[in-house]
Design a binder for this molecule. Structure first.
Ligand code: FMN
Length: 168
């Protein structure tokens, strides 16, 4: 969209710790063009295999995971504070049950088959490189499994290469 400007990865220095309170949407589409999104507050940016990447974790039951699985790329979108309520709704309702994107008042845009939102202040497109389920036996501190996985719904970790950044 015209209101977005592309940011060169060399000029991109986000604070990954902001994700915890700022939140973001993780979005992807299926080959039939349908789109889904969900709110996330865990994840990071970094370097892996000498590439600039994002790390996100998705629990198996999320409808969004089906979309991420069927797509080569996904987007992360970040919003100003005025969208916090919309993000809270998108992090509670499931796209399985309702058109939560329309309900949240967000407008979907597409870039090369990957969805993002007109209302975002920052968009990161990323190409999937790696996915692996987090394994219970890999934890070295049982307090984490007790606290975060009482249902044993261990996340899938996705690592994806940043391919494009748009900012307003
Ligand atoms: C603030 C916040 C952060 C969240 N972070 C994550 C996350 O990092 N990973 C995850 O799997 N679910 C996370 N969720 C839960 C999903 O956003 C939520 O289950 C959502 O309804 C899934 O929608 P879907 O079924 O349409 O994919 C978070 C929810 C909220 C409100």
């Amino acid at each position: 969209m015209s209101r977005f400007k592309e940011t060169n990865i060399k000029d991109f220095s986000p604070n990954p710790f902001e994700i915890k309170n700022k939140w973001m949407l993780i979005s992807a589409s299926k080959p039939d063009g349908t789109v889904n999104t969900m709110t996330a507050s865990w994840g990071s940016f970094g370097i892996m295999w000498n590439k600039e990447v994002i790390f996100v974790v998705i629990r198996p039951q999320r409808f969004t995971r089906e979309f991420i699985e069927s797509a080569a790329s996904l987007s992360l979108t970040f919003f100003d504070e005025s969208y916090k309520k919309a993000l809270a709704c998108l992090g509670k309702a499931s796209g399985r049950d309702e058109d939560k994107i329309a309900k949240a008042g967000l407008s979907v845009a597409m870039y090369r088959g990957t969805p993002y939102f007109e209302e975002a202040e920052r968009v990161i497109f990323a190409k999937k490189l790696f996915v692996q389920r987090i394994e219970e036996t890999a934890f070295l501190d049982a307090k984490i499994t007790d606290r975060w996985y009482p249902e044993k719904d261990f996340h899938y970790l996705y690592i994806a290469e940043i391919t494009k950044i748009l900012e307003k």
